[in-house]
Design a protein around this ligand. Structure first.
Ligand code: ASP
Length: 324
């Protein structure tokens, strides 16, 4: 069997498992497409018939609020049928294998699977075994990848900063356990961001060979100084074997983004967070709800980015002529 590729023979996106390997043009094209799905503030969401007659299967095996709701809305706003499988209530708990579950839903004409799983490799494994016309999109894989989050983060930065080349971006906090940070690194590298910093306590710093082109900072103050974008990350207790960090209060004292600390970044710096936030742990409420926060824009952009990705894989399938 040839090695797995998420691209088809013409280099178009067939599955989206990771942002690694996407060209700057491919990312830009997805961001442009997403932008076209954003309605002016205050007007009704944009709808289209691009996915009419198609079915999206959401299979989430880890908790989710934003990603799951936005994939569901994205599918519906494009005219698709959307099926949400409750894994905890499915036959997976009776011991059915992942692929038997997937093949069952393929028999119900699911065209695109959206998968979140805590086990590394599951999304790719499914992509390797589905029918040729079926696409698989990662909605978050362990600590490894969260491609649509990376895209929505890039879109938010583009809207506020107009480009990437001259920017200093700091990704701050629990970088080690964060799939958001890994996808951010990949998308920012593809887009040629000026300077990318990872800012973390030693216990939450990723291995040296991960994110090799980022500058590393061991102090929040040094790491965010003169930055244009401060991207805060949630402390991921569920991915820590033992308490790798001090208690919440102590963490906030050293690593929480407060208004005072934020003043070290550029005055027009934007503050991002993928959610869910631990308020008064990695970020204070003053900052989360303050004038520099773009956290709600990130959520809005999430729907548009997921519409763009669904639309792209289905357009590419039509170009290939793949049929059910
Ligand atoms: N919601 C994001 C994720 O699923 C970030 C987080 O959970 O901290 O990775």
């Amino acid at each position: 069997m040839p090695p797995f590729s998420q691209f088809d023979e013409a280099g178009r996106i067939r599955h989206l498992i990771t942002l690694d390997g996407l060209s700057c043009e491919q990312v830009r094209e997805l961001l442009d497409r997403a932008q076209s799905y954003l309605a002016p503030r205050g007007s009704a969401p944009i709808r289209s018939h691009a996915l009419e007659g198609l079915t999206i299967g959401n299979i989430f095996n880890e908790p989710s609020t934003r990603t799951r709701s936005s994939f569901e809305l994205a599918g519906r706003r494009l005219g698709a049928d959307v099926l949400n499988l409750e894994i905890q209530l499915s036959s997976r708990v009776k011991g059915e294998t992942v692929m038997d579950t997937i093949h069952t839903l393929e028999s119900m004409a699911v065209d695109v699977f959206v998968i979140r799983d805590a086990e590394p490799g599951i999304t790719q494994f499914v992509a390797e075994h589905v029918y040729d016309h079926v696409s698989v999109l990662s909605a978050g894989e362990a600590h490894i990848s969260h491609p649509t989050q990376g895209l929505l983060d890039a879109l938010t930065i583009l809207q506020y900063k107009g480009g990437f080349r001259d920017l200093n971006i700091a990704v701050v906090g629990d970088v080690k356990h964060s799939r958001v940070a890994r996808s951010a690194y990949q998308v920012f590298t593809a887009l040629g961001v000026g300077e990318l910093r990872i800012v973390a306590p030693t216990a939450l710093m990723p291995d040296q060979d991960s994110m090799p082109d980022a500058k590393r900072f061991n102090s929040l103050e040094d790491g965010i100084r003169h930055c244009d974008v401060v991207m805060m990350l949630r402390v991921q207790k569920e991915r820590m074997a033992q308490a790798a960090i001090p208690d919440a209060h102590e963490y906030h004292t050293q690593w929480g983004l407060t208004t005072k600390r934020l003043s070290l970044a550029r005055p027009d710096a934007i503050v991002m967070h993928p959610g869910p936030m631990n308020r008064e742990v990695e970020i204070s409420s003053d900052v989360a709800d303050g004038a520099q926060s773009v956290i709600r824009d990130q959520v809005t952009n999430g729907v548009a980015v997921r519409m763009a990705v669904l639309d792209a894989v289905i357009s590419n399938r039509r170009l290939r002529g793949d049929r059910r």
